[in-house]
Ligand binder design. Sequence first.
Ligand SMILES: NC(=O)c1ccc[n+]([C@@H]2O[C@H](COP(=O)([O-])OP(=O)(O)OC[C@H]3O[C@@H](n4cnc5c(N)ncnc54)[C@H](OP(=O)(O)O)[C@@H]3O)[C@@H](O)[C@H]2O)c1
Length: 277
Amino acid sequence: MPKIILITGANAGIGLKTAEELVKAGHHVILACRNLGKAEQAKTQLENLGTGQVDLIQLDLNSLEKVSHAANEVLKKYDHIDVLINNAGLISKHLDYTEDGYEKHFGVNFLGHFLWTLKLLPLLKKSVQGRIIHLSSIAHWAGHIQPHKFLAENNKHYIMFPSYGSSKLQNLLFSNLLATQLEGSNVTSNALHPGAVDSELYRQLPKFQYIFVSLALIPPSKPANLIKRMALDEGWAKKNGQYASVQTPAFSSKKSKDLKLAQQLYDVSYDLVKTYL
Ligand SMILES: NC(=O)c1ccc[n+]([C@@H]2O[C@H](COP(=O)([O-])OP(=O)(O)OC[C@H]3O[C@@H](n4cnc5c(N)ncnc54)[C@H](OP(=O)(O)O)[C@@H]3O)[C@@H](O)[C@H]2O)c1
């Protein structure tokens, strides 16, 4: 029986490769993408694999209003979702603002997905067994939860890596908190570090840095296989609140397991998005 699987940022990198694996296995994949031109190309490429159905929804995580609009479209179009893969993400070399004035990593990598997930949760609950998968990163070890820095204008001394790491810590804390909230329900929430993957993520790095980093990169097919297992395997059906990894032992930081911190992040974030729910 084909599953309905929604992937954010599915027009490139890990998201596209994961979509490919899932379409090849005959599943119905919804690509939720910002860049429609690139997404149309990805859709055609996936349809040529000739098996699972492929749909496209425009999603720009850079704006809470647009996230809400895209989620409403999904709610109207589908009666359930079996798997939600929160994959889209970016690294921003310079301090940048979302449309709502949030620091870009916080706003796009975390807060947009936070709103998206809360809005789509009712559709996952309508699945026989819903699964939510969050793309975190080993970079979460460098992260902090500092609500005063959520607004871009409060980041006077911006440094790229801890800022990205913080958004990946936020993804993991959200996954862990959701897992406790969903305990005993038909929906699970798990996260992963996909490894250091050769994708467009590093496009903003200076060339010499990219050359250095690229020596250690693995192909997107590796995390795509792990995500496929997390999405479909019977062995993952009952796993909830886990952190998996392709490359390294899956050690997550003490901070990422702090459910009090996760609840604080949830409460602050809920306040920021509640008018869009
Ligand atoms: N690559 C790695 O080594 C690595 C390591 C650890 C974790 N991760 C995580 O894995 C995930 C996927 O990364 P990747 O390596 O596949 O990167 P990628 O090739 O750069 O793909 C990122 C995807 O996110 C989308 N995206 C960016 N901003 C968006 C927005 N405002 N709204 C909607 N979609 C947006 C991009 O769409 P556009 O094409 O429109 O920009 C693209 O489809 C990310 O969450 C990343 O943090 C990656």
